[in-house]
Design a protein around this ligand. Sequence first.
Ligand SMILES: Cc1cc2nc3c(=O)[nH]c(=O)nc-3n(C[C@H](O)[C@H](O)[C@H](O)COP(=O)(O)OP(=O)(O)OC[C@H]3O[C@@H](n4cnc5c(N)ncnc54)[C@H](O)[C@@H]3O)c2cc1C
Length: 373
Amino acid sequence: MVEAEVIVIGAGMAGASAAAEMASSAKVLVLEQEDRPGRHATGRSAALYSEIYGNEVIRTLTRASRPALQDQDGRFARARGCFHIASASQIARLEAFAALPDVGRASRWLSGAEARLEAPVLREGYVAAAVAELNAYDLDVDALHQHYLRRLTAAGGEVRCDAPVVRAERIGGGWRVLAGGEEFHARIVVNAAGAWGDVVARAAGVDPVGLQPKRRTAVLVESPEGARSDGWPAVIDIGEQFYFKPDAGRILVSPADETPTEPCDAAPEEIDIAIAIDRVQAAADLPVRRVLSSWAGLRTFTPDRTPAVGFDPAAEGFFWLVGQGGYGIQTAPAMARLAAALALDRGLPADLADMGFDARSVAPGRFSGRAAS
Ligand SMILES: Cc1cc2nc3c(=O)[nH]c(=O)nc-3n(C[C@H](O)[C@H](O)[C@H](O)COP(=O)(O)OP(=O)(O)OC[C@H]3O[C@@H](n4cnc5c(N)ncnc54)[C@H](O)[C@@H]3O)c2cc1C
């Protein structure tokens, strides 16, 4: 039997980063069902950091992640403008968005003409106004993920791949975990299984929190000939019907789809690829001769679209780190520190406390009493 203090289930961004943060003071073992870390949501993201995307809890966790992402001589984050745009019929929605205090502080208001000066690809007559972010970045997801995995192993932690957790049970003040034909034992189990978070909970005899994986599609197309697209901002429709962003000389477009799905190895559907191109072309003069590549991944949400981070109130030593939705990369540094602090009883990180963050907003206990469906 292999002994650790903490077993983390899942080696995506959430599991890897939390494990790295815990490894300096605890023996940590990460169990990953795939043959390598990062095969699922983490390896399929749009790699954007937007400080004004998502709900208030997400926005706070994102802001608290910025220092770590700007660290390492800019290896993880490169400045990229980000416009949240509105057509004439969406202006009221954009105004309400800009009126949120933290959004207002982190952005400037642009008229349609001003937005087109910085992003000439936007169609005249479509964009009525934009909220332009002051702090948005392209993230190097792989560099960040590898950084956390290296930190984990440098601190004596270990990642076991090809180790799907099939069962966990509470035994003698700890957890016995069965994975890949082996038996492991730890005081604390961290459920960082992404879309499979509720599946893992059930395998441990713990009530699910009600996670819903939602498929999102991404499509890479050529940049228009002669366009200096690398300087364009990322562009997000305020109604979340589409977004596009420059991506290494090409353009990533998405229909911002959220199709409820079972946990799986998600694949793109032709119809979503067509919708992505159609919606983006309504707002931007982006001729698409061919699709260079496409993929889909699962963004997994709790019922209130806010992550669940903390011990399960009814299962001692069972710690949740799930429900990162579409923000799990940009929030990873702060979420990992938060998870390590809560799991190892270190108290709330000072920067989060200063930002007014309340751990109750992410406590898994808020879903207690839900039908264990
Ligand atoms: C198209 C798309 C675009 C996105 N764009 C952005 C973006 O621009 N910015 C941003 O911040 N976020 C973005 N996201 C969201 C982000 O990718 C996720 O929030 C994040 O990757 C979640 O990380 P995770 O570790 O929780 O999940 P995952 O990366 O899915 O990791 C979970 C891991 O658990 C493992 N696992 C599951 N069950 C078991 C088991 N029984 N035993 C062992 N291992 C198990 C899985 O194999 C997997 O490796 C996007 C997501 C998608 C799909």
